[in-house]
Design a protein around this ligand. Structure first.
Ligand code: ATP
Length: 238
């Protein structure tokens, strides 16, 4: 794939915490409208990679969006380009209402539609959020909070949505509902970079997979090939 067909690419991205080299020079890309899943055990550097991509963590290396070098852009400027991350732990404002949390997601607003129109499209995707419109975020269930975190990210009209273990701590049925929704969004053309620890469903949705271990990419392959890869399938599909 040449550079112009890539939605997003991080080249030789590398990050330290003090003397800990948490992310060794890593190259990862997402094609236009592609669904990419990043797998890896605890401490592999998955969160660090997403945080480095959005510049929430300082890193070296270069970052490109639709072929343009955006390395110099701050987190909010990358967000304005359409690179949006849903953080692990969700980062919601617990004492603010569902509506207020969603409206905050539209702070980078560009484009002609209004915040109200965006709210309606989020509610169409997650009707449960509409029912809980005035409720404070802290009073939502874990699954609803994850829906709210994703809804808030969608308010910014992302072109690439990055998610850090959205199914963490959720009942399997709720996790499955959330991943299905990601599949639907991808079907509408949204590029997705999903980090999961262990997730057969995340693999079904993905077109391509990266496996991270000890801060480095140890495998990159089409998701469909995981099945025929003995070590990986044993670890990630069962
Ligand atoms: P998990 O699945 O448990 O979230 P991960 O693959 O996302 O793991 P990271 O959270 O990126 O892994 O952590 C990678 C390494 O960097 C780990 O060794 C971790 O202990 C270390 N690390 C992460 N955050 C910090 C920090 N703020 N300060 C120091 N070390 C950190």
């Amino acid at each position: 794939m040449n550079a112009s067909e890539k939605l997003f690419e991080a080249r030789a991205l590398s990050a330290f915490y003090g003397r800990v080299h948490a992310l060794k020079p890593t190259t990862v890309w997402v094609g236009e409208g592609e669904f990419v899943t990043v797998l890896g055990p605890n401490g592999a550097g998955k969160s660090t990679m997403l945080r480095a991509m959005t510049r929430l963590t300082p890193a070296t290396g270069r970052v490109y969006f639709r072929g343009r070098d955006i390395t110099g852009l701050a987190t909010h400027e990358r967000a304005r380009e359409g690179v949006i991350m849903v953080q692990e732990g969700r980062g919601l404002f617990g004492q603010m209402s569902v509506r207020e949390n969603l409206i905050l997601g539209a702070y980078t607003m560009t484009g002609s539609d209004t915040a109200e129109q965006r709210l309606e499209s989020v509610f169409a995707l997650f009707p449960r959020l509409k029912e809980r419109y005035e409720q404070v975020a802290a009073s939502l269930s874990g699954g609803e909070q994850q829906m709210l975190a994703i809804g808030r990210a969608l308010m910014a009209r992302p072109k690439l949505l990055m998610l850090d273990e959205p199914s963490l701590g959720l009942a399997p049925r709720v996790a499955s509902e959330i991943l299905e929704t990601l599949g639907r969004l991808n079907g509408e053309g949204l590029g997705i970079l999903l980090v999961e620890q262990k997730a057969p469903q995340a693999l079904k949705l993905a077109k391509r997979v990266y496996v991270l271990s000890l801060g480095a990419v140890v495998a990159e392959l089409p998701a469909a090939e995981i099945k025929s890869h003995h070590e990986l399938s044993r670890y990630y599909l069962h």
